[in-house]
Design a protein around this ligand. Sequence first.
Ligand code: MN
Length: 256
Amino acid sequence: MPGVILVTNDDGIHAAGLRALAAALEDLGEVYVVAPDREQSAVGHALTLHRPLRVDQLGERRFAVNGTPSDCVNLGILGLLPETPVLVASGINHGANLGDDVTYSGTVSAAMEGTLLGVASMAVSQVDPAGEGFAGAAAVARAVAARLLVEGLPAQTLLNVNVPPGPPAGVRMTRLGHRVYSAKAVQEMDPRGRPYYWIGAGSPTWEKEEGSDIAAVHSGWASVTPLHLDLTHHGALRGLSGWEGGLNAVLKQRAP
Ligand code: MN
């Protein structure tokens, strides 16, 4: 018997990419859509803890939540779904989630939430959907999901999938690329003479690294990057253990 699949996104319950992903996964399991009631892009891994969440059932196995993508996954797994899902799929995001940008992404964070709750999870993003639509990303998402359901994933690991515009040349397994942060924050004056700022202005530039998700997508390939939720840098931890003695000596001197 096929399991339950939780589909969510950060562009909101009415987004075309969400419909495309739900349709692509339909024959792999019983798809439940639990998604934010409005756009929640770039909210990262935020959870709503200081107000109640409300759920609107819009159809059979289709729910809108007045919260973040991570709220939707948490509430879906721990509350709304009839059983623990075999897969959390987030997307298809309208636009790329590549390299360092994954730390801001509501789409990727929803998959992180699924991973934290012990469910195999993937995030899917379509670069420039305005031109070609979601057909390319839907096909890649279905293929990756089918494989993932058979093979599983290592502990604390999720997949981040990005698909270029147009039919992809194929799939490349990649690592995260890195942004070049060069653009300054834009400062302007408001009509009352007080400064205001825009961050994230201008188009991003990226380090050109062979094997990165950026490089794959820029050359027309779909990229699949395994992400690990253990953010500890174990090498640095060994190197920094020498700090303990000095820090403890300083704290001891200051003790009353
Ligand atoms: Mn989005």
